[in-house]
Write a protein that binds this ligand. Sequence first.
Ligand SMILES: [Mg+2]
Length: 257
Amino acid sequence: MYQGFIFDLDGTVYLGERLLPGAERVIRRLREGGKKVVFLSNKPLYTREDYAAKLTRLGVPTTPEEVVNSTFVLIRYLGKVAPGAKVFVMGELPFVAEMVRAGFRLTENPEEIEIVVAAFDRTFDYRKYNIAFQAIKRGARFIATNPDRTCPVEGGELPDCAGIIAALEAVTLRKVEVVVGKPSPITVAVALEVMGLQAADCLLVGDRIETDIRMALEAGMKAALVLSGVTDRKTLEASTLRPDHVFDGIADLEGLL
Ligand SMILES: [Mg+2]
């Protein structure tokens, strides 16, 4: 039996502002059984506190320590490989504030910038683009929060971090060095660190076969695909990836308890 459960959020635990059927009960029963629970999101727009507050509001009491999002993963990663580095962030203000809180020195001077971080940025503009371009041209490292092409929103989708990465790659002719969000093993490592568990003791539950399920299987972790989000049976059958469990939704996890 698994000791830890890693849940993707959108399409797995909730859809937009709606908790999915059975989510509250399954997560409560896991916790009552002494299991560790962590929630994963690739979105660099909100803080861990924001996700914890949303889950709590929807009926799943959660602390910020139980949330692993791509900005947290990036901060943990940079804290290890480049502590105290001078950074320029192509991102939104809450992420910039998080970087400052984590002790990074932010600068807009291309001559000082050691690392350019590209994120999903709805405040992207030419000024920031040029700062990042000049810095990378001078040899700054180039890393990113998440590889997602689009971000699903109510009634459609928005261009996500892949567009920001591509914009910089196109003009600098440099490839992004590291993208820390799902399906990167860096995200798995941070989630396991937070839980204090090994991959073999955990189950990852997610709705995206190419990110959630791929990441788990490549990390040697068991994976459960839920069909309540973006993946349907057709997509599953067409994929070479084989999750250990396939459920209609999170409620079916009760069968594992
Ligand atoms: Mg999802």
